[in-house]
Design a protein around this ligand. Sequence first.
Ligand code: PAF
Length: 445
Amino acid sequence: MQQRWADRDEVDVYLGVGANEGDREAAIRTAIAALAVTPGIAVVRVSRLRETEPVGGPPQGRYLNGAVHLRTALAPHALLELCKALERAAGRRFDGVRNGPRPLDLDLLLYGDRELDTRDLTLPHPRLAEREFVLAPLRDLGVDVAVIPRPVAGPRVFEEPDAFAAWCDARRRGGCELGLVPTMGALHDGHASLMRRARAECERVAVTIFVNPLQFGAHEDLDRYPRTFAADLELCRQAGVDAVFAPRVDAMYPPGFCSRVAVGREAETMEGADRPGHFAGVATVVARLWSLARPDRSYYGRKDAQQVAVLRRLQRDLGLSGALVECGIVREPDGLAMSSRNRYLAPADRRAATVLHRSLRAARDAFAGGQHDRDALLAVARAVLDAEPRGRLDYLELRDEGDLAPLPAGRVPRGRMLCAVRFGEPPTRLLDNLSLRGADEEEPW
Ligand code: PAF
């Protein structure tokens, strides 16, 4: 006997139906009748229709809401397309007004026990649990709403590299653009600005939290580096992050791991001169994270301008996918660049630490006033730094604003001034940099 489609993979599907423009009930009944005569769909039951108040959006009239139980073998996206076609046929305009009035609204609420996360469809419906106007009709239809898998509150947390890679891969296959924000945790508002930008530009955002031992020298602060996972997770949740990858060291670097990504010229001076091996450690972990996530965009803060230059080179040389997005420095009200290491500072050092920004600003003001000689500009910043006895200068450099290449003596048309200063004992090293043209101040994030 020939098999009917319905004998194969029939699934119980629940649709939300609603309308708040025109003849609401007629539009809903017409759509249900159209579903019932569509090959591959059987309408099992329709709930009572209820008057409900609109949720969100511009001022608008009351809705009529209900739910429909279907059995179907149509794939989720085929069903979604059909729902959109019925909405269009009822006169719905897709004009971008969020939660605006509509002559017909059909929402895929549940598709069997399937969980899905793609650009245009998430199952179960992500806001199902918050919406009494769909929960009540589902109860009419005998659905035990207490057992519906609820969207996880806050980001999904992954410890295993393979599970994280699979999550990223599934988002990409679902057509979502993925933003990656690599961090070492101890998150602050500077990191939050990277996440906000990623959130605005990408459909899914993943943050990595990993204190990478490869980038710390033997006498550096690996052991005392702040680890604040609970607070970090909360910050990620508030920033709307979808996934957090927080691996153990032995998961990132299993026994026998001995490869390193060697980095060239960009990594030899300034931070590289002071911290041998640091940038090879950064490049190794970033290459590893990049190959797990394969992001469409990854986000880094300009406070670590040399790190950005090294990673740009790494991305170009190794052909790593996606765009590298450099985000502006976020500062405390007194100008100190935000950094996870600021919390090490004793109160007097914290007050003194504004000298980094003050010195760079003095050079920028001199530049704006017409002083364009490289050494004279360095001398202006140096005088401010020398006047602060608590700070010990590691380096002060004026470099090309784009690739941070050294600038020859003489007149400079533009440039970025960078410095590193130590405070206290054991020393806390702080970094800062500023465009002499003031180009950094224009960023909205
Ligand atoms: O900038 C950082 O926090 C780290 O260097 C990075 C890029 C996450 C690599 O460990």
